[in-house]
Design a protein around this ligand. Structure first.
Ligand code: ATP
Length: 242
Protein backbone atom coordinates (compact mmCIF):
# COMPACT_ATOMS: atom_id res chain seq x y z
CA UNK A 1 0.00 0.00 0.00
CA UNK A 2 3.03 2.27 0.45
CA UNK A 3 4.98 3.56 -2.54
CA UNK A 4 8.00 5.19 -0.90
CA UNK A 5 8.64 3.56 2.48
CA UNK A 6 10.73 5.38 5.06
CA UNK A 7 11.39 2.05 6.73
CA UNK A 8 11.47 -1.33 5.11
CA UNK A 9 12.07 -4.49 7.11
CA UNK A 10 12.74 -7.67 5.18
CA UNK A 11 12.84 -11.12 6.72
CA UNK A 12 14.24 -9.86 10.03
CA UNK A 13 15.38 -12.48 12.52
CA UNK A 14 16.73 -11.68 16.01
CA UNK A 15 17.98 -14.24 18.51
CA UNK A 16 18.95 -14.07 22.17
CA UNK A 17 20.95 -17.26 22.49
CA UNK A 18 18.46 -20.06 21.92
CA UNK A 19 15.43 -17.77 21.93
CA UNK A 20 14.26 -16.60 18.53
CA UNK A 21 12.54 -13.34 19.50
CA UNK A 22 11.82 -12.18 15.91
CA UNK A 23 11.32 -14.69 13.10
CA UNK A 24 11.31 -13.70 9.46
CA UNK A 25 9.48 -10.42 10.01
CA UNK A 26 8.77 -8.13 7.04
CA UNK A 27 6.86 -4.85 7.04
CA UNK A 28 7.04 -1.24 5.86
CA UNK A 29 6.36 2.22 7.25
CA UNK A 30 5.49 4.90 4.71
CA UNK A 31 6.30 8.60 4.80
CA UNK A 32 4.18 10.41 7.38
CA UNK A 33 2.50 7.25 8.58
CA UNK A 34 1.93 6.14 12.13
CA UNK A 35 2.23 2.36 12.17
CA UNK A 36 1.45 0.45 15.36
CA UNK A 37 2.92 -2.93 16.31
CA UNK A 38 0.57 -4.85 18.59
CA UNK A 39 0.91 -8.17 20.33
CA UNK A 40 1.07 -9.71 23.77
CA UNK A 41 4.03 -9.76 26.15
CA UNK A 42 7.11 -11.28 24.58
CA UNK A 43 5.78 -11.13 21.01
CA UNK A 44 9.00 -9.44 19.87
CA UNK A 45 7.82 -5.84 19.58
CA UNK A 46 10.55 -4.20 21.67
CA UNK A 47 13.17 -6.40 20.06
CA UNK A 48 12.08 -5.18 16.62
CA UNK A 49 12.54 -1.54 17.69
CA UNK A 50 15.93 -2.37 19.24
CA UNK A 51 17.05 -4.02 16.00
CA UNK A 52 16.06 -0.90 14.02
CA UNK A 53 17.99 1.42 16.34
CA UNK A 54 21.00 -0.89 16.44
CA UNK A 55 20.73 -1.90 20.12
CA UNK A 56 20.52 -5.56 19.17
CA UNK A 57 22.21 -7.18 16.20
CA UNK A 58 19.92 -9.10 13.85
CA UNK A 59 20.78 -12.71 13.05
CA UNK A 60 19.35 -12.24 9.57
CA UNK A 61 17.35 -10.06 7.24
CA UNK A 62 17.66 -6.38 6.38
CA UNK A 63 16.48 -3.04 7.67
CA UNK A 64 16.38 -0.15 5.18
CA UNK A 65 15.87 3.54 5.93
CA UNK A 66 14.94 5.48 2.78
CA UNK A 67 16.25 2.51 0.84
CA UNK A 68 19.67 2.46 2.54
CA UNK A 69 20.64 -0.39 4.88
CA UNK A 70 20.91 0.33 8.62
CA UNK A 71 21.95 -3.22 9.43
CA UNK A 72 25.49 -3.30 10.79
CA UNK A 73 25.60 0.38 11.75
CA UNK A 74 26.26 1.39 15.36
CA UNK A 75 23.42 3.01 17.35
CA UNK A 76 25.10 6.45 17.16
CA UNK A 77 25.31 6.22 13.37
CA UNK A 78 21.66 5.17 13.18
CA UNK A 79 20.64 8.15 15.33
CA UNK A 80 22.57 10.41 12.94
CA UNK A 81 20.64 8.90 10.05
CA UNK A 82 17.51 10.25 11.73
CA UNK A 83 16.10 7.40 13.79
CA UNK A 84 15.06 8.45 17.31
CA UNK A 85 14.16 5.71 19.79
CA UNK A 86 12.09 6.50 22.88
CA UNK A 87 12.53 3.27 24.84
CA UNK A 88 10.17 1.65 27.28
CA UNK A 89 10.53 3.01 30.78
CA UNK A 90 11.04 6.65 29.71
CA UNK A 91 14.51 6.98 31.14
CA UNK A 92 15.60 10.54 31.81
CA UNK A 93 18.76 11.74 33.52
CA UNK A 94 17.64 12.30 37.12
CA UNK A 95 20.32 14.91 37.88
CA UNK A 96 19.66 17.03 34.80
CA UNK A 97 16.83 19.51 34.43
CA UNK A 98 13.89 18.93 32.12
CA UNK A 99 15.32 21.48 29.65
CA UNK A 100 18.73 19.78 29.70
CA UNK A 101 17.16 16.36 29.22
CA UNK A 102 15.13 17.57 26.24
CA UNK A 103 18.13 19.32 24.68
CA UNK A 104 20.13 16.07 24.73
CA UNK A 105 17.79 14.79 22.02
CA UNK A 106 19.49 17.09 19.52
CA UNK A 107 22.89 15.40 19.91
CA UNK A 108 22.42 13.84 16.45
CA UNK A 109 22.48 17.36 14.96
CA UNK A 110 25.94 18.67 15.90
CA UNK A 111 27.03 22.23 15.28
CA UNK A 112 23.70 23.87 16.04
CA UNK A 113 24.24 26.89 18.32
CA UNK A 114 23.12 26.45 21.94
CA UNK A 115 20.91 29.53 21.55
CA UNK A 116 18.98 27.94 18.67
CA UNK A 117 18.59 24.71 20.61
CA UNK A 118 17.28 26.63 23.62
CA UNK A 119 14.64 28.22 21.39
CA UNK A 120 13.72 24.79 20.04
CA UNK A 121 13.27 23.49 23.58
CA UNK A 122 10.98 26.43 24.37
CA UNK A 123 9.01 25.68 21.19
CA UNK A 124 8.72 22.07 22.37
CA UNK A 125 6.78 23.30 25.41
CA UNK A 126 3.99 24.42 23.07
CA UNK A 127 3.46 20.76 22.27
CA UNK A 128 3.98 19.80 25.93
CA UNK A 129 2.37 22.61 27.95
CA UNK A 130 2.01 20.34 30.99
CA UNK A 131 5.77 20.20 31.52
CA UNK A 132 6.61 23.83 30.71
CA UNK A 133 6.55 24.88 34.35
CA UNK A 134 8.91 22.02 35.24
CA UNK A 135 11.59 23.19 32.80
CA UNK A 136 14.12 23.86 35.57
CA UNK A 137 13.08 20.92 37.73
CA UNK A 138 15.42 17.94 38.02
CA UNK A 139 14.45 14.72 36.28
CA UNK A 140 14.04 12.71 39.47
CA UNK A 141 11.26 14.99 40.75
CA UNK A 142 8.83 14.23 37.90
CA UNK A 143 5.83 11.91 37.79
CA UNK A 144 5.56 9.03 35.33
CA UNK A 145 3.40 11.00 32.93
CA UNK A 146 5.73 13.99 33.03
CA UNK A 147 8.73 11.72 32.39
CA UNK A 148 6.96 10.26 29.36
CA UNK A 149 6.42 13.78 28.01
CA UNK A 150 10.11 14.62 28.54
CA UNK A 151 11.14 11.39 26.80
CA UNK A 152 8.86 12.19 23.85
CA UNK A 153 10.12 15.76 23.65
CA UNK A 154 13.72 14.53 23.68
CA UNK A 155 12.93 12.14 20.81
CA UNK A 156 11.35 14.95 18.79
CA UNK A 157 14.39 17.21 19.36
CA UNK A 158 16.27 14.87 17.02
CA UNK A 159 13.89 16.06 14.25
CA UNK A 160 13.71 12.39 13.36
CA UNK A 161 13.04 10.90 9.97
CA UNK A 162 11.55 8.01 11.95
CA UNK A 163 10.42 8.12 15.58
CA UNK A 164 10.31 4.78 17.43
CA UNK A 165 8.03 4.80 20.50
CA UNK A 166 8.03 1.82 22.85
CA UNK A 167 4.95 1.47 25.09
CA UNK A 168 4.38 5.14 25.86
CA UNK A 169 1.23 4.29 27.87
CA UNK A 170 2.89 1.76 30.17
CA UNK A 171 1.98 2.29 33.81
CA UNK A 172 0.27 5.65 33.30
CA UNK A 173 -3.14 6.64 34.66
CA UNK A 174 -5.89 6.69 31.98
CA UNK A 175 -6.15 10.47 31.87
CA UNK A 176 -2.38 10.75 31.33
CA UNK A 177 -2.53 8.06 28.63
CA UNK A 178 -5.12 10.22 26.84
CA UNK A 179 -2.80 13.23 27.05
CA UNK A 180 0.19 11.27 25.72
CA UNK A 181 -1.83 9.95 22.77
CA UNK A 182 -3.21 13.40 21.99
CA UNK A 183 0.41 14.48 21.61
CA UNK A 184 1.22 11.50 19.37
CA UNK A 185 -1.77 12.44 17.20
CA UNK A 186 -0.43 16.00 16.96
CA UNK A 187 3.07 14.69 16.11
CA UNK A 188 1.47 12.70 13.29
CA UNK A 189 -0.46 15.76 12.11
CA UNK A 190 2.85 17.67 11.87
CA UNK A 191 4.14 14.98 9.52
CA UNK A 192 6.56 12.91 11.62
CA UNK A 193 6.73 9.23 10.69
CA UNK A 194 6.19 7.03 13.74
CA UNK A 195 6.58 3.33 14.51
CA UNK A 196 4.69 2.74 17.76
CA UNK A 197 4.72 -0.34 19.98
CA UNK A 198 1.68 -0.64 22.25
CA UNK A 199 -0.03 -3.22 24.41
CA UNK A 200 -2.97 -0.87 24.82
CA UNK A 201 -4.52 -1.80 21.47
CA UNK A 202 -7.36 0.69 21.64
CA UNK A 203 -5.03 3.65 22.11
CA UNK A 204 -2.37 2.25 19.79
CA UNK A 205 -4.87 1.89 16.96
CA UNK A 206 -6.56 5.23 17.67
CA UNK A 207 -3.57 7.18 16.27
CA UNK A 208 -2.49 4.64 13.63
CA UNK A 209 -2.75 4.61 9.85
CA UNK A 210 -2.04 0.89 9.85
CA UNK A 211 -1.44 -1.84 12.40
CA UNK A 212 0.54 -5.07 12.51
CA UNK A 213 -0.02 -7.85 15.02
CA UNK A 214 2.94 -9.97 16.13
CA UNK A 215 2.79 -13.31 17.84
CA UNK A 216 5.92 -15.13 19.04
CA UNK A 217 8.09 -13.10 16.71
CA UNK A 218 5.98 -13.53 13.60
CA UNK A 219 3.60 -11.25 11.76
CA UNK A 220 0.12 -12.76 12.03
CA UNK A 221 -2.12 -9.91 10.90
CA UNK A 222 -2.02 -6.52 9.29
CA UNK A 223 -4.65 -4.02 8.36
CA UNK A 224 -6.18 -0.64 8.86
CA UNK A 225 -7.09 0.15 12.47
CA UNK A 226 -10.85 -0.07 11.99
CA UNK A 227 -10.63 -3.51 10.42
CA UNK A 228 -8.32 -4.83 13.14
CA UNK A 229 -10.46 -3.42 15.92
CA UNK A 230 -13.76 -4.54 14.38
CA UNK A 231 -12.81 -8.21 14.31
CA UNK A 232 -14.01 -9.79 17.58
CA UNK A 233 -11.83 -12.89 17.30
CA UNK A 234 -8.77 -10.81 16.61
CA UNK A 235 -9.60 -8.45 19.43
CA UNK A 236 -9.99 -11.30 21.92
CA UNK A 237 -6.93 -13.24 20.78
CA UNK A 238 -4.36 -10.57 20.13
CA UNK A 239 -5.51 -7.18 21.21
CA UNK A 240 -6.43 -7.89 24.81
CA UNK A 241 -9.90 -6.44 24.30
CA UNK A 242 -8.80 -3.16 25.86
P1 ATP B 1 7.20 -6.68 26.07
O1 ATP B 1 6.04 -5.79 25.86
O2 ATP B 1 7.06 -7.55 27.28
O3 ATP B 1 8.53 -5.99 25.99
P2 ATP B 1 7.68 -7.59 23.44
O4 ATP B 1 6.67 -7.97 22.45
O5 ATP B 1 8.30 -6.26 23.30
O6 ATP B 1 7.11 -7.73 24.88
P3 ATP B 1 10.33 -8.57 23.48
O7 ATP B 1 10.70 -7.76 24.68
O8 ATP B 1 10.83 -8.13 22.18
O9 ATP B 1 8.78 -8.71 23.40
O10 ATP B 1 10.78 -10.06 23.76
C1 ATP B 1 10.66 -11.10 22.80
C2 ATP B 1 11.26 -12.38 23.36
O11 ATP B 1 12.65 -12.25 23.56
C3 ATP B 1 10.69 -12.81 24.71
O12 ATP B 1 10.62 -14.22 24.71
C4 ATP B 1 11.71 -12.31 25.68
O13 ATP B 1 11.69 -13.09 26.85
C5 ATP B 1 12.98 -12.48 24.91
N1 ATP B 1 14.01 -11.50 25.30
C6 ATP B 1 13.88 -10.14 25.23
N2 ATP B 1 15.02 -9.53 25.61
C7 ATP B 1 15.89 -10.51 25.93
C8 ATP B 1 17.24 -10.54 26.39
N3 ATP B 1 17.94 -9.41 26.59
N4 ATP B 1 17.80 -11.74 26.61
C9 ATP B 1 17.12 -12.89 26.42
N5 ATP B 1 15.85 -12.94 25.97
C10 ATP B 1 15.23 -11.78 25.74
Amino acid sequence: PVSQPVLEIRDLTVRYGEIEAVRGLSFVVGTGEVVTLLGSNGAGKSTTLKAISGLVKPAGGSILLDGEPLTGLKPEAIVRRGVAHVPEGRRVFPGLTVRENIMLGASNRPGIPKRVLRDEVEAMFELFPDIRRFGDALGWTLSGGQLQMVALARGLMAKPRLLLLDEPSLGLAPVIVQAVFAIIAEVRRRGTTVLLVEQNARMGLSVADRGYVLETGRLVLEGDPQALWANDDIRAAYLGGR
